[in-house]
Structures are given as structure tokens and as C-alpha cells.
Write a protein that binds this ligand. Structure first.
Ligand SMILES: [Fe+2]
Length: 915
């Protein structure tokens, strides 16, 4: 009997059975007392109640049909076979190369001889006699080859099973791919079971049995804590996790799905010479978070270092972490690859000398107006990935024309004003280093034996005249003195940086006074060089607001050094280390220790999307020896060591929540009467103002979610998967800090909610605040240079050159043309959203909870709150009393506005770190 058409769930058995009915008619089971319809549309989601659902949420349509429970009850003691149907959705490969086409042909033939794709259903129950899970027997996926000719993005197949009426509920499906090649399985829906349609959200590559002997198991969408796991799935749950963990050995193949740890021992390439050798990050000497293990062989020169794999060959990430082929070209990361692999080599070939200076500010403006001629032709297929480049007709050359950064289009001269440095510190691309001055003069925490007396050289006399009539003590006590203190991060590296060709830096401190309008005015800048080699005092130079042309130019140069320090800390510490690198171990541990059925895995899953892949790409081309970060930021080859030094001295998970970070920096105090449990000491701090709204929304949602599954401390402590996830994140993923006493404990539901809220905050809003403004707010290099090449004039000769032509001196201190254009191309790409970005509170997440009505309702609340936050942010940006985000030519603060379109928008909070 066929079950073609929309109906499934017909009954098998003897043709004379009273239960056997033709499948082509609506199935109706006739009882003496009346009639019970065998098929009823089950409600997958609860009926809408009260407030309408958030407009952005679209839920899957209810499945088609099922067999009624009443019918099964009638069969007790008289087992018969049901026919059930699996509807399998496979994502089609868009680009099929010649090998793929041949493989398809072979698959068509092999289908006919039984080498096909087959499914087997596994029950949640065990066979009471054998104690093994009940299985349906294998069913072959039908019409694979015929349907492969269809042109749609998805292909829908079916398979039919004859299932015993005592089979129970299906809890897993084992998929065997006996074809030549992997395929991407999106979902499986089983129709015809008494409990209704059973959904399997797969979104995973199924490898050929040529590469992977065993079948691939997918669990149904319902969450189970470990002790709730149905009998039939217990062993499978453990087996699946053991496979994902691997055995810690072997070179990883791209088709593997093994998650494991390694140190950062592949940043350099010692085989190519000392200048490309870099220290191993991770280990006692240089603590660092762990990365995903790839198992490549060691280098010839240093057996502790892993050999590199160079572009365009991909670095291994577990198969499902790689960007989806369908969207790869449109993905920001696809674009990033094109920039790194094609555009930058073309720039290098087109710009005549490495250290070529801009001749005037108009040259920089021309990058947006006239563009830059690329002498090396770019292949046509790359042009759509590089929207900045236009092909010049009738020529093999390209024209690279940058978009005007948003900060310039609002007010071209804002960066020259004295309030702008302060505004950037609270509403710019790096709003997480501003802190309240609690001790004056500020004091260094570095070892005085190495770096001289710790006190800053900024004195009361330097700033007293700029405090609106207040004394320094008054200003400090009333919370009106703030600072940007990069001194201790830079000073240990200054000598080594300044010994590099074309790199010059100070260790900087800037003091700000909070004026009556709520804006921060820079009142002093300290530029520090380490003590001379023989010992002695640090060499400090203090600048104060200027009074004449010469001091104005020196002040401007001093601000540029502050910005360059700030750019480095932003990129190496706050953006790369504290979001990208520190999250990776938690992701690795989640895959290794939490079953896909685990509710915490389901909660974290959208927040882990593509992070391993973008981090792998960054290790290959951005943060590696000679990579873009070294090329474009002042510390050059020392960039990653600076990042590691911060990790060693400062990083701690318990301080990474927004409230803890604000309190640590003295920007807020605890206050239970306030909505977020703390009071900000700066009335207009856009990052914190908006961040607290999002933090609180995540906090409420996560608290609600975890309380559904964990009622008391015993449930948290007794969850072996959960405990091993957290323990492994610390002991293996952050192994070098495992003995620290500050690690939050995981003993109660509220501990769990707090840890998860912090991880989700870092992956979503914190990363968005630090990432998507890179080009819109930082793309105009004179206003925020990522690199400096000259110190302030010191010698007589330099001073004379400076007095004669301050413009030229300033431009020669800025990054060169090549450094600037490289930086702009990468910053632009890193700031862009992919067309299919998944945003906080978005609708795609609902599939995770398709089977949990209560949770789904909680998620709807969260999504609605995220929408309200968006409206509130818009309102704030129109409020003229908030002068750090609204005013003449002032950029609105939109980096935490949750939604965005694709491209460089300067807004939007994606769920995960994916660029
Ligand atoms: Fe990023």
C-alpha cells in the first residue's frame, strides 16, 4: 500500500483486518458507539493568548496528520504494524563541480543496487526482553536521484516505515549515507505517530559511510536533562558525545566533527625564519584560552609549534561549524576571505612603497571620492564579494572606492574638538575602558623595580584650571573625574615597539572632566616612555588643553597617540581576546559535554553559530605572524603577546558581566532601588545605558528558561553533563587560569543563570558593541589611527620640521597609505552583517523549543522586550539632553540597537560572534 500524497499513518496488517483502510480516503476509524477520526492536526504551539506574538516571530506550520492515541489503546494486546512516514528536507548543493556531478551519477546507479540513504527510527523505549532500544528497521529514502534534478534550494524526500504498534515514541533517527558524498540534512519530520508529528532539527552534514562507518544519529527536538533521558536513548546520548570528543589524537579531516582543545601554537611559521616565529600562547609561560584542535604536524624548526595551513586552504573546524555553502559568497566572512586573499595583495602591488605617506588630508578624502586604482586585475567573480571595488570598463584594472565612514558624513571636523575623545570613550567603538578616577594622581600597578616610581606625572597644577572652579579633590569626590588609562597595558612593550621599523608609541593616560552638560572634556594627556636602559624614572610628557597653534598641533598629536593606544586595546584585548578568544573554550566544551538534547545546549546553540569558523579564519590571516592585525596596529609582531599579557593579569569571567564590569571601572555602584540593581555615575553613557536594557532582557529570559529545568541546587549539582561542561571550560579551555579563585561556582539555578547570561551577553551585545562600529566610527584614520609612526617632536631637527609643516608632520606620524587602505578594507568587512544574520530575539531560535510550549512563550516575551528596547534606543537618540548621542553633527548611538539590515550599518546585535 502506498502512502503517496499528504496522508501518512495508515495501518498495515492483514487486508481483512477491521483496522485496514484505504490510504487514499480520509482515515476514519469506525467504532460501534461512534466515529473517531484517526488523523487530527496536533497543535505544535500553544494557542495565542493575551498579547499578540512579536511580529518578527514566524512559527513553523503545524504538521499534517497523526494516528490517534485512542486507536493505539484499542490495540493493546493485539499488536499491528503502522505505516509512518519520514519527510526529509535536504539542502541542495548550489555549486556542483565536475566531481560532484560524477558522484551524483554514481549515486544514481548505487541507489539501484541498494547503496542508498537509509533511515532507522529508534524508540524512546527499550525492548523489555532484550533491554535494547526498539528500532524500526531501515527504510530507504525514495527517489533521491530523480529529485536531485529539481532546482529548488531544498529537496524534500520521504521514507516509509512499518512500525509496530508497541514501538512507543520515536526519540532518534539514525541516518546512513551510502552515497559517495556528504549531504546537508536540514530536518526530519515523522508523521503518523500517536503523539503527533515528531520533529528533528538537524542542520548538519551527513558524511558518506566511506568516510564514517557508523550511521549518524539525530535526536528529536524535545529537551531532556540527563536523568530524564528515556531508556531507549541513554546509551545513544553517551555514544554521541564520546564521538564528538574524539580521542585527542590524529590530524583532523575537514569532514570530521570532533571538538577538542589546543594552544595557540600556530600563529607563527618558524620554518620561514625568525621574523615569522611567534611565542606559543597558552601554557604556564604565556597563559591564553585554548583554540579548536586541528592536529596538524609540527613545524620542522620547532616541534612544539603546529605547522600552518595557508590561504586559500581552509583551517579545520568541525564540519557543521563551517559556513553554509549556500550563503558562503554573501557571508561577511566570504567577503573577508576575498579581502584578505585578493584585495590586499592587489593593494600591495598597486601602492608603490610600503612607507608611502599621504601628501595631504585631501588624499585621504579621495579614497572616498575618486578611489584608488588597483593595478592588479581582480577576477570578475570576486567583484561581487568586494562591493568597494568597481571594475574599470575596457581594462583589467579595478577602482577601489571606500564608503565614507558614518562619523565623517555627520561632521567632518568632529574629531578635532576636545569633547570628541570623551564622547568616543562612552559612545564610540571602544566604550569599555573609561573609568572613574579614584586616586589622584593615578598610580601604575607595574613593578617599580622595572618601571620606576608608579605615580603619574599629571599634577593638580596641570588640571586645576579646567575643572569649572572645582578643586581636584572636589571633582573626584563628586564623581566628575574620569580617565582612559592604557599605561600599564602598553608600558612593558613600549621599548620593543619603538625598536621596530616605522612604529612609535607611548603608554598613555588621559584625564577627563565631566562638564555641566554631561559630556567629558579632555583636560590632560600623559605620554610615558619607560625608564632608560640603565634605570631611573619613566619619561613622561604631560599635555594640557592648548592655547596657541603650536600647542594645538602637539595636543592633536597627543590625542592621536591616545587613540592609537585605544585602538590596540580595543582590537587585541576587548574585541579579540575578551569576546572571540575567551568564548571559544565554552563552545568547545558545550559540544563535547552537553548532548544536543540538553536544554542548556539548546539555549546556547544560537549563540555559538560560526564563532569557531571566524576564529579559525582570524588565526590564519588576521592575528597570525605577518597578518593584517600586525600590519595595521602599532604593536606589530607584539600584538598577540599584549593580548596574552592582559589575559594573564586581568581576565576573569566573574568580571565580564556588564554590571560587574561597570562597577569594577567605577562607572556604577550597586543600588537595589534602581531597575538594573545598579546606578550609573554618568548620566549619559550610551553604551551602558543601552547595554543595561539588553543585559536585563537576557538576564530575565535566561532566568526564566533555567528555572523551567532546574528547581533547586540539587538539580544543578546533580546534572553531570552540565557540571562537566563548566568544569571542562575551566580546566581544559581556560586551563592556565584554572587555579584562580574567582571562577564563579555552579551550584544553584541562579549561579547557572548568571554564568549563561554572561556568556550570551558577551556573544551577542558585547561583541556587537565592539565590532560593528569599526568602520562607521573608526574608518577615518586621522581621527582614530590604529598605528603611529612618529613620536611628538623631540630633537631640534624634528621640532624645526614640525614648525615648518605641521600637516606633513602629522600625516607622517599617521599610518602609511598601504597601512591605511589595508586597515580600511578589513575594518569595513569586519563591520558588515551577512544577509542571513540571526539577531537577538529573532525568529529562527524558536525551532530550538518547538516542543516546549512554556519555554516558547517565555521566548516570545524576550523577543517582544528586545523590540521595545529598539524603540527606546531610537527615542534616546532623539533626546537633545543626551549630548553624547544627540546634537549638532553628533552620531546617534546605535551599536546596541538590536536589528539591522545587511552590510555596514553601524547597528544590529547578532546572536553570536560570526565576524
Ligand atoms: Fe568580531
Amino acid at each position: 500500500m502506498s502512502i503517496d500524497g499528504e496522508l501518512a499513518g495508515s495501518l498495515l496488517g492483514r487486508s481483512d483486518s477491521p483496522l485496514a483502510v484505504p490510504a487514499t480516503k480520509p482515515l476514519v476509524f469506525r467504532l460501534k458507539q461512534g466515529t473517531i477520526p484517526c488523523f487530527r492536526p496536533p497543535a505544535l504551539f500553544p494557542a495565542k493568548q493575551g498579547r499578540p506574538a512579536s511580529r518578527s516571530l514566524k512559527f513553523p506550520r503545524p504538521p499534517t496528520a497523526t494516528i490517534s492515541k485512542e486507536m493505539v489503546n484499542l490495540m493493546v494486546g493485539n499488536p499491528v504494524k503502522f505505516k509512518v512516514r519520514a519527510v526529509i528536507t535536504v539542502r541542495r548543493k548550489i555549486k556542483e563541480d565536475i566531481r560532484g556531478a560524477i558522484a551524483n551519477r554514481l549515486d544514481a546507479l548505487s541507489d539501484k543496487i541498494g547503496r542508498n540513504v537509509a533511515l532507522e527510527l529508534i524508540s524512546t523505549e527499550i525492548n523489555r526482553r532484550t533491554k535494547a532500544p526498539m528500532k524500526s528497521g531501515e527504510a530507504v529514502v525514495k527517489d533521491w536521484f530523480e529529485k536531485n534534478k529539481n532546482r529548488g534550494a531544498q529537496l524534500v524526500y520521504t521514507a516509509e516505515f512499518a512500525v509496530d504498534s508497541g514501538f512507543g515514541e520515536p526519540g532518534a533517527v539514525a541516518v546512513s549515507n551510502r552515497h559517495q558524498r556528504e549531504f546537508f540534512l536540514e530536518s526530519i519530520v515523522l508523521e503518523g505517530f500517536p503523539s503527533g508529528a515528531v520533529h528533528f532539527v538537524c542542520n548538519s552534514w551527513v558524511q558518506s559511510t566511506k568516510d564514517r562507518k557508523d550511521s549518524r544519529v539525530f535526536f528529536a527536538a524535545k529537551s531532556y536533562l540527563p536523568w530524564e533521558t528515556p531508556e531507549g536513548l541513554k546509551k545513544l546520548r553517551e555514544k554521541e558525545l564520546a564521538e564528538i570528543r574524539g580521542d585527542g589524537s590524529g590530524v583532523r579531516k575537514l569532514s570530521d566533527r570532533i571538538y577538542d582543545y589546543a594552544t595557540y601554537n600556530d600563529l607563527g611559521n618558524p620554518d620561514l625564519g625568525r621574523e615569522l616565529s611567534r611565542p606559543i600562547l597558552g601554557g604556564e609561560k604565556k597563559p591564553y584560552p585554548r583554540r579548536c584542535r586541528t592536529g596538524r604536524p609540527p613545524t620542522d624548526t620547532n616541534l612544539q609549534c603546529e605547522s600552518r595551513i595557508e590561504k586559500p586552504h581552509p583551517v579545520y573546524v568541525p564540519r557543521d561549524e563551517a559556513f553554509e555553502e549556500l550563503k558562503q559568497d554573501a557571508f561577511s566572512a566570504g567577503r573577508l576571505k576575498a579581502v584578505l586573499h585578493n584585495l590586499i595583495p592587489s593593494l600591495i602591488a598597486s601602492i608603490s612603497a610600503e612607507n608611502f605617506d599621504f601628501e595631504g588630508f585631501h588624499d585621504i578624502d579621495n579614497l572616498y571620492k575618486e578611489g584608488l586604482l588597483l593595478k592588479l586585475g581582480l577576477q570578475g567573480h570576486l567583484l561581487h564579494k568586494l562591493p568597494l571595488v568597481k571594475k574599470i570598463q575596457e581594462s583589467s584594472h579595478g577602482l577601489l572606492r571606500y564608503d565614507t565612514p558614518a562619523i565623517l558624513s555627520k561632521d567632518k571636523f568632529a574629531w578635532l574638538r576636545d569633547d570628541d575623545l570623551g564622547r568616543q570613550a562612552v559612545a564610540g567603538v571602544n566604550p569599555v575602558n573609561i573609568e572613574r578616577v579614584k586616586v589622584f594622581p593615578p598610580v601604575s600597578k607595574l613593578d617599580p623595580a622595572l618601571y620606576g616610581p608608579p605615580e603619574s606625572a599629571i599634577t593638580v597644577a596641570h588640571i586645576a584650571g579646567h575643572l569649572n572652579g572645582m578643586t581636584v579633590n572636589q571633582a573626584m569626590e563628586e564623581g566628575k573625574l574620569f580617565m582612559l588609562d592604557h599605561h600599564d597595558t602598553y608600558l612593558p612593550f613600549v621599548d620593543r615597539i619603538n625598536a621596530l621599523d616605522g612604529r612609535k608609541t607611548y603608554a598613555t593616560r588621559s584625564i577627563f572632566f565631566l562638564g555641566p552638560l554631561g559630556t567629558l572634556r579632555t583636560v590632560a594627556i600623559e605620554l610615558v616612555l619607560p625608564p632608560p636602559a640603565g634605570g631611573g624614572e619613566r619619561q613622561s610628557r604631560v599635555l594640557t588643553p592648548p592655547w596657541d597653534a603650536t600647542t594645538s598641533w602637539l595636543w592633536q598629536l597627543g590625542k592621536s597617540h591616545v587613540c592609537a593606544n585605544d585602538c590596540g586595546v580595543h582590537q587585541l584585548v576587548n574585541h579579540w581576546l575578551r569576546t572571540h578568544a575567551c568564548i571559544e573554550p565554552f563552545i568547545l566544551a558545550a559540544h563535547r559535554r552537553l548532548s544536543a538534547m540538553h536544554p542548556v545546549f539548546k539555549l546556547l546553540h544560537p549563540h555559538m553559530r560560526y564563532t569557531l569558523e571566524i576564529n579559525a579564519l582570524a588565526r590564519q590571516s588576521l592575528v597570525s605572524a605577518g597578518g593584517v592585525i600586525e600590519a595595521c596596529f602599532t604593536p606589530g609582531p607584539l600584538c598577540m603577546e599584549m593580548s596574552a599579557e592582559y589575559y594573564r593579569r586581568h581576565w576573569r569571567l566573574d568580571q565580564e558581566s556588564l554590571p560587574a564590569d561597570l562597577i569594577r571601572r567605577g562607572m556604577a555602584v550597586e543600588d537595589s532601588s534602581q531597575p538594573h540593581g545598579l546606578r550609573l555615575l554618568l548620566d549619559d553613557y550610551p553604551y551602558a545605558d543601552d547595554g543595561l536594557l539588553i543585559w536585563s532582557a537576557i538576564d530575565r529570559w535566561v532566568g526564566f528558561y533555567t528555572s523551567r529545568f532546574y528547581r533547586d541546587p540539587a538539580s544543578v549539582l546533580g546534572d553531570a553533563e552540565l557540571q562537566s561542561w563548566y568544569s571542562e571550560s575551566i580546566n581544559s579551555g581556560h586551563a592556565d587560569l584554572r587555579h584562580a579563585t574567582w571562577w564563579p561556582s555552579l551550584s544553584t539555578p541562579s549561579d547557572l543563570a548568571s554564568i549563561l547570561t554572561t556568556l550570551i551577553w558577551i556573544s551577542s551585545a558585547q561583541h556587537a558593541a565592539l565590532n560593528f562600529g569599526q568602520y562607521p566610527l573608526g574608518g577615518y584614520v586621522p581621527s582614530r589611527p590604529p598605528l603611529m609612526r612618529r613620536l611628538l617632536p623631540e630633537s631640534q631637527e624634528e621640532h624645526a620640521a614640525f614648525l615648518a609643516d605641521p600637516h606633513q608632520y602629522f600625516l607622517s606620524a599617521m599610518p602609511s597609505v598601504l597601512q591605511t587602505t589595508k586597515f580600511m578594507a578589513v575594518a569595513d568587512t569586519l563591520s558588515s552583517h551577512s544577509p542571513d544574520e540571526e539577531y537577538l530575539g529573532g525568529s529562527k531560535q524558536v525551532v530550538e523549543w518547538a516542543e516546549e510550549a512554556e519555554v516558547l512563550e517565555g521566548y516570545r516575551e524576550f523577543a517582544a522586550e528586545i523590540e521595545r528596547i529598539e524603540e527606546e534606543i531610537e527615542k534616546r537618540n532623539g533626546d537633545t539632553l543626551r549630548r553624547n548621542r544627540c546634537g549638532a553633527g553628533v552620531m546617534p548611538y546605535e551599536l546596541l540597537a538590536p536589528s539591522s539590515g545587511p552590510g555596514v550599518t553601524g547597528r544590529g546585535v547578532p546572536n553570536s560572534i560570526s565576524i
